[in-house]
Design a protein around this ligand. Structure first.
Ligand code: BT5
Length: 317
């Protein structure tokens, strides 16, 4: 019922709808409508109520209605189940909790309007105000554990493909999985694995995309589609496009392996050929990034010879 009420309000696109009309449409009492509205407000939805006028959902472009995504997606796996929430700690956290509670299965997408404790890699913070696309996807890939790090590269290709429809210029990738636009970070990906020693059961793919966010709500190094194009987009449109690209590229990876995708990754990777430094905890590796190999490792020509790295944070010197 909560989703149905939200959808009714959302369809009014910023107009007021009276409690009586909502009650009649949904076949429930006005008191029941009021209770559901209060619960939605509690969850974090911005709903204004004016006596004599009714209720109005604010900022409809930034709200995702699960059933709309499900109806529009033509995917066979990704987004089979879409759960849309208002304000959460972190969608990765919610996703992991839902796995434990057996509430979701492979392909499920958990999306939130806002995260109060958004996470980056290595415990870093991810700013997630309203206007961004913050979601997590549950996968159970049937690939050898040694190939799982390639998923970072696979998803960054998919996200960068999906975003170019809105940015109209190609996005770049910073290895392994940061998506950049004109020198600033527009999206980030956080992969979390869980399972037993003999195999990974679940991969939670957390993706954050700065869509309709102004730069004053983002860190210095970041940008958004809005900042780039001076235009707002419906979050649902961006989500549908990105999920379609994810399914397409992920299917290619499962069917043909990473080799056919490697060239696409290399042509989007903006530090290939540049002098870089890779920070790996306390350790630093510096040199020319001459290549990326079939295992997705950075090949670096250092003063001590060729070094291949599979983890770390890249910066251009
Ligand atoms: C990432 O980490 O880039 C992974 C970000 C994943 C976020 C998604 S949102 C949905 C899901 N739920 C979560 O809780 N997380 C995932 P990393 O490479 O460690 O980058 C973190 C760094 O990016 C920070 O230290 C900041 O410098 C910068 N940063 C923080 N918020 C940002 C934003 N909104 N846009 C661009 N850069 C940001």
């Amino acid at each position: 019922m909560r989703d149905t009420i939200l959808k009714e309000l959302w369809q009014y696109k910023g107009e007021y709808i009276s409690g009586n009309e909502l009650a009649a449409r949904l076949g429930i009492s006005r008191v029941a409508v009021w209770k559901h509205i209060e619960a939605l407000k509690e969850e974090g939805y911005d709903i204004k109520g004016i006596s004599g006028k009714g209720y109005c959902l604010q900022n409809t472009d930034n709200i995702i209605i699960s059933s709309e995504i499900a109806e529009r997606l033509k995917n066979h796996l990704i987004g089979k189940q879409v759960i849309s929430l208002a304000k959460v700690d972190s969608t990765n956290q919610v996703c992991k909790q839902m796995i434990t509670n057996k509430q979701i299965t492979e392909g499920a997408v958990i999306v939130a309007s806002e995260q109060v404790n958004g996470k980056g890699r290595l415990g870093r913070k991810w700013d997630s105000p309203s206007g961004g696309l913050w979601f997590s996807l549950l996968l159970s890939p049937t690939v050898p554990v040694s190939e799982l790090p390639l998923l970072s590269l696979v998803f960054s290709i998919a996200v960068s493909n999906g975003l170019s429809k809105f940015t109209h210029v190609p996005c770049q990738i910073k290895w392994p999985n940061d998506v950049y636009l004109e020198g600033k970070k527009i999206a980030g990906i956080l992969l979390e694995l869980s399972g037993e020693l003999d195999g990974i059961e679940n991969v939670v793919v957390g993706i954050g995309i700065n869509v309709n966010i102004k730069s004053n709500h983002l860190p210095e190094i970041a940008t958004s589609i809005y900042e780039h194009s001076s235009q707002s987009f419906k979050l649902a449109d961006v989500l549908v496009e990105v999920l379609q690209q994810i399914e397409k590229i992920y299917d290619e990876f499962l069917t043909n392996g990473f080799s056919p995708l490697l060239d696409r990754f290399k042509s989007a990777c903006f530090h290939l050929g540049a002098e870089i430094q890779v920070q790996q905890g306390e350790k630093k590796v510096s040199g020319i990034n001459t290549d990326i190999d079939e295992m997705g490792r950075l090949v670096i020509d250092t003063a001590e010879g060729i070094v291949k790295v599979s983890t770390g944070d890249v910066s251009i010197i």
